[in-house]
Design a protein around this ligand. Structure first.
Ligand code: HPA
Length: 270
């Protein structure tokens, strides 16, 4: 695994003149951020050695190196989901490569279903903590001390400093944000009403099918993490609505300007 990580990082270093210290995983609701990146250099995943091969035709995704304001950044446009059939080492491989490239801070976004009765569709939730319900752990198996410790601390998976800064940015721009606990599940089914209820009872505010694996590996590697969800549908008791991919995309698109503004300012300023 280590050789593969080093090989991929060496390839990217040979292509990109300036290595950033900041990376962004552009999930649903943050695609538009790409239009704010300047001095762009794009590298399609299928040209990157050892990157997982996309299962979806014409939907391979790419790494984008460039600037957000004055900050050098790299962005993943398109992520690897567990439900697509990748194992957890593949899902999190790009985060390993980020660390090898010198990334210190990781920003992540996703779409999620809200269980908290105070949430509405279109809300933005800053993730304060998570509950990992994926059936496979990204650190399962032999631990490589070069990558991180065997038993990583997770008491502050999401940087309090970055959360405080994000709250400041949101307040300054009059953007209402929620905060809460993200439950990571394998999907690809949305939840039954009983499952939404269960996830709320155990302490979850929103549920989605990504982010937790990448965050675990980023923390194992010692990176600081900030993550946000856009609430695209509700799994609140009594008002569980029918959820669909189209609806998720639509709600995420509507929340996109708020999400983009917060992320952009936060990345530029922190
Ligand atoms: N459940 C799981 N994943 C999701 C949801 C949901 O309700 N909405 C968007 N991603």
């Amino acid at each position: 695994m280590i050789e593969k990580i080093k090989e991929t990082a060496a390839y990217l270093k040979s292509k990109v003149p300036v290595m950033p210290k900041t990376a962004i995983i552009l999930g649903t609701g943050l695609g538009e951020l790409v239009t704010h990146i300047t001095d762009k250099q794009e590298i399609p995943y299928n040209e990157i050695p050892n990157f997982p091969v996309s299962t979806v035709e014409g939907h391979s995704g790419k790494l984008i190196f460039g600037k957000l304001g004055k900050k050098d950044i790299m962005a993943m446009q398109g992520r690897f989901h567990y439900y697509e059939g990748y194992d957890m080492k593949q899902v999190t491989f790009p985060v390993r490569v980020m660390k090898e490239l010198g990334i210190e801070t990781l920003f992540v976004s996703n779409a999620a279903g809200g269980m908290n009765p105070n949430f509405s569709v279109g809300d933005i939730m800053i993730i304060r903590d998570h509950i990992n319900l994926f059936p496979e752990h990204p650190l399962h198996g032999k631990n490589f001390e070069e990558l991180g410790v065997r038993f990583p601390d997770m008491s502050e998976a999401y940087s309090k400093k970055l959360i405080d800064k994000a709250l400041e940015v949101a307040a300054k721009n009059n953007i209402k944000v929620q905060q809460g606990v993200y439950v990571g599940t394998q999907g690809p089914t949305f939840e039954t009403p009983a499952e939404y209820r269960y996830f709320h009872i155990i302490g979850g505010d929103a549920v989605g099918m990504s982010t937790v694996p990448e965050v675990i590996v980023a923390r194992h590697a010692g990176m600081d993490v900030f993550a946000v969800s856009v609430i695209t549908d509700l799994g609140v008791e009594g008002i569980v609505e029918k959820a669909s991919h189209e609806e998720v995309q639509k709600a995420a698109a509507e929340a996109q300007p708020k999400m983009t503004l917060i992320m952009k300012e936060l990345v530029e300023q922190f």
